[in-house]
Write a protein that binds this ligand. Sequence first.
Ligand code: COA
Length: 165
Amino acid sequence: MADVTIRPMRADDAGRVLAIYQAGLDGGDASFETRAPTWAAFDEARLPGHRFVAVDGNDTVLGWIAVAPTSARAVYAGVVEHSVYVAPDARGRGVARLLLEALISSTEAAGIWTIQSGVFGENTASLHLHQRAGFRVIGVRERVARHHGRWRDVILLERRSSLID
Ligand SMILES: CC(C)(COP(=O)(O)OP(=O)(O)OC[C@H]1O[C@@H](n2cnc3c(N)ncnc32)[C@H](O)[C@@H]1OP(=O)(O)O)[C@@H](O)C(=O)NCCC(=O)NCCS
């Protein structure tokens, strides 16, 4: 991992970020979505202060992580939902782990106390990644939506920071 660094996501990363997003969706176990959004929609939905990319020594984006608010209610201002996507040819090298560590540090520093995510049960890489990073399983939402016409379960995960009381 010596050649991989984490830096804030910039608008000029959009093309690579959305291509990596689409490759993850095409794999079939990342999300109910099947098409990556436009950059405008991506940008609008996610908090600007907690978006990171992992890059190699040539500043080529290998993966990204970002969060969206879960509620407009003030009491839930410290609860966010994240997405993490790594390019297929960069997987299995610890890129997602580095991205998740960066996100945990940045959100905790900003007073965000809970990061949550929904993961398909078939997504063993994501489940392993998140449980290693301190996420716990809240439960399983059964047949909560259709993906390519098929009802699928989603495992809800959350990480409650121990630093924020
Ligand atoms: C899930 C994903 C982000 C993981 O990215 P990655 O960079 O390959 O993950 P890492 O190399 O950092 O691995 C993190 C941990 O998961 C484990 N892991 C990685 N791939 C795995 C697999 N296929 N099966 C089981 N464990 C796996 C690693 O061994 C590592 O565990 P360790 O810390 O105990 O060594 C990547 O597979 C991906 O982009 N998938 C498509 C998009 C997606 O599903 N995103 C998550 C939506 S919830």
